[in-house]
Ligand binder design. Sequence first.
Ligand SMILES: [Zn+2]
Length: 389
Amino acid sequence: MKALTHWRHYLGWTKTPFTILTNHANLQYWKAPQKLNRRTAQWHTDLQEYDFTIKHIPGKINTPADELSRPPNSDQGDNDNKDQTLLSPKLFINATYVTQIPDSSKRNLMTLIHDHPMAGHPRRDETIWKATEILPWTGMRQWIADYVKGCAICQQNKIMTHKKKIPLYRITTKEGTLPFQQIAMDLIMGLPQQHGHNAILTIVDHGCSRAAIFLPCSDTIMGPGTEKLGIQQNLSTAFHPQTDGLSERKNQWIEQYLRLVTSNDPKGWTHWLALTTTVHNNQINTTTRLSPNQILFGYNPTLNSDKVLQTHNALVESRIQAMTKNRADAIRVLNKVADQKGPPPSQFHLREQVWLDASHLKLPHQKAKLTPKRLGPFKIIQEISPVAY
Ligand SMILES: [Zn+2]
């Protein structure tokens, strides 16, 4: 007050507000209605002349000001002017007015502007915008963001723009694995019906030669049928064709090859499969830098009769040596590629709750376009591999 009076000729009735730097804590007291004594009542009157805002500076560096505001022997005037506000809260820069709203009211508001059919689960920003219009409160942005993030209906049905990326998970092979001991299988379906066949079973030697066998079959073979054949399914890659991508690449290759050779007679595709297998296995694999046949037999069978006939009658011993070396080299290279980054870290933890993508599930109502995109939430009870739970 003393400073204001002293500089009154500069500070009184200014056109724009000026700023008072002060130890804020002292003045906080005056933000609430107080009983004013005679001296402070006079201040209240005097303050009407000034247009100012108050900025906090730490009390430690503002000690001289304390002396000025509390002169010794001043009249305390304890008994008059009760409940007067000396400094209106709006004078304080950055003063926060916490509007306390009970959680139940917030939830009721969300029911109205997010959950209700007339609201239609709008996205986060839309929900915040609507809430601001109706019932703003401090910290509402975060609260609403969390609410929308946790909304089960939204999670179950909305299209995810930021899909969780599934890490590559490649399977390695034991040393000395024989050809076709570890295989990748897939079914190409939707082919023209021919001799009771409408699908191709692709079997790829996964661990050693990368040789492929293409067999005509019908699309009812998978599932329980594989159990009868004594095939052990590796759960770690079920529904994760992208973890390896081997059979998918083979499928692309064979579909393209068949399209080229059967363009005049698409129905005759079954006759071409044996040749397709041989042609495929004669081609150099980019990883092993050997053709599958070189690994399987030690040489590439001659397919083109126009070529000068080469003889493959090498000594049995040198043939076996070459073959064994090729197999060992191939396994080493394949494992090196698969092992490059080591196994990926676990994507989820035990007992974590997750949504299950419904697109791979065969459900009774699968046909309907309006079924939920995700099911659950389910609790994780076992980790089979870093990408399968
Ligand atoms: Zn929602």
